[in-house]
Design a binder for this molecule. Structure first.
Ligand code: FMN
Length: 417
């Protein structure tokens, strides 16, 4: 099946006219005259394990096939969920599937594509050329070798009407998920990726239009990872944040210690400055309590849970998610001192993006064990800073990832190659 026909065959579109299911973020049709490049169907070896790092590629530019794989396995459509509130899902999660992040490929010299900036359209699996000359010239002024890579931008308005001022935080976390996923695919293709905030000469507009966030320059591969014994494609297809259109009520399970450690190790291999903690409720061999997770060492005890009900309330403040059945909830913290001191958007962005990257790895590692991973910001930060003994430090818990086993599996339709 061709990428472009996937929607028509797998969704209601096969038998009806469009039903308005496509959010504005995912336009089905494009204005006449759009310069569009149809990408080849994505094709990644499904046996390659999660965390695989290929031999460094000798190619001096990405081929169209590479670009197709990178875009599809990062922000293509992965699942259609006809029974859920949110219909379209992608390899990187997004708050309420609003998909504030846009993915662009750019090249400053003619290679597989003429020099330019290209927006990825996940529904059509195409690249659309855009004349954003000011973005392109800022990229050119800050050019590196090789002269191509990806640009992440965000459209805050897709979130703002729901989340208000919380939007900037959510869109930076989301961009972190996307960055990590894109880097994992780059490594599988033998390329490196360096992430830098969009250059400072860019002045944020006061209106809420699309803004460039992060530049991801392709670079020579010089990294290592320890793969998990599961296919990358399978883990990416199965990554999800828990089914349940009317609240999430997971099965009560006891998690093997090995599974919990596998998640912790895979997540902490992302070399950001983020720290990993866990509230353990039901893991074999571990007393319930608050722990830090240290790479190669594992769980280190911090404190018991003083009052279970109070802690569970703090884990998910809003109703609708049955936290007591999550065997483990990961908490990701960062040093936020610099944010207060410097107050620049770049620091804020980088901090949240790093945290989002760890969240993406947790999501994939959970999927590798058939579990859901719900990234969320529904926790009481003050409570966990206190429980984890962070109150007198500059560290703050910025993100949580709730792990569990679905009771209700939904009717997901695979849309990933
Ligand atoms: C940055 C970010 C913040 C999120 N915050 C919450 C949250 O506070 N509460 C919640 O229930 N889900 C939260 N989610 C989960 C998304 O709503 C969920 O990932 C989305 O519906 C997509 O589902 P999927 O991951 O299964 O594709 C968040 C996701 C992201 C990426």
């Amino acid at each position: 099946m061709k990428a472009a026909t996937l929607n028509y065959k797998n969704t209601y579109l096969k038998s009806t006219a469009p039903r308005g299911e496509f959010p504005p973020a995912l336009p089905l049709f494009v204005p006449p005259g759009t310069r569009e490049i149809i990408l080849p169907d994505p094709m990644l070896d499904t046996d390659l394990p999660l965390g695989h790092v290929a031999q460094a590629s000798a190619a001096d530019h990405l081929s169209l096939q590479d670009i197709s794989n990178l875009a599809h396995y990062t922000l293509g459509l992965s699942r259609y969920e006809p029974g859920e509130l949110y219909l379209y899902h992608r390899p990187a999660p997004s708050p309420r599937c609003k998909h504030a992040t846009e993915l662009w490929y750019f090249t400053l010299q003619d290679a597989a594509l003429p020099a330019g900036l290209y927006r990825y359209n996940p529904i059509r699996h195409t690249l659309q050329m855009d004349d954003l000359q000011d973005w392109l010239s800022i990229l050119a002024e800050n050019a590196r070798q090789p002269q191509d890579g990806w640009l992440l931008s965000a459209v805050p308005d897709r979130l703002r009407h729901i989340y208000g001022d919380f939007t900037s935080r959510l869109m930076c976390l989301e961009a972190g998920h996307v960055t990590e996923q894109l880097q994992l695919v780059h490594h599988m293709l033998g390329h490196g990726l360096r992430s830098v905030p969009f250059p400072q000469q860019w002045v944020w507009p006061t209106t809420e239009k699309e803004i460039p966030l992060q530049v991801l320059w392709r670079e020579n591969l010089q990294t290592e990872d320890t793969p998990l014994p599961v296919s990358f494609v399978e883990a990416t297809r199965n990554r999800h944040s828990a089914h349940g259109s009317n609240g999430v009520y997971p099965l009560p399970i006891r998690l093997p210690l090995e599974t919990a450690c596998q998640m912790g190790e895979f997540a902490s291999r992302q070399k950001t400055t983020a720290s990993l903690y866990a509230v353990v409720q039901n893991v074999e061999g571990l007393d319930p309590g608050a722990y830090s997770y240290l790479p190669h060492e594992g769980f280190r005890w911090i404190a018991p849970i003083p009052r279970k009900s109070e802690m569970q309330q703090a884990l998910f403040i809003t109703p609708g998610f049955h936290v007591p059945h999550c065997p483990i909830v990961w908490l990701i913290s960062e040093d936020t001192g610099v944010l207060q001191a410097e107050g620049t958007m770049q620091d804020y962005q980088q901090t949240h993006q790093d945290v989002g990257r760890v969240g993406q790895r947790l999501g994939l590692a959970a999927a590798a064990s058939g579990l859901f991973a719900r990234p969320a910001v529904s926790h009481d930060e003050g409570y966990f800073d206190w429980l984890l003994r962070l109150t007198d430090t500059d560290e703050t818990v910025l993100y949580q990832v709730l792990i569990g086993q679905d009771r209700y599996e939904g009717w997901p339709v695979q849309m990933m190659f």
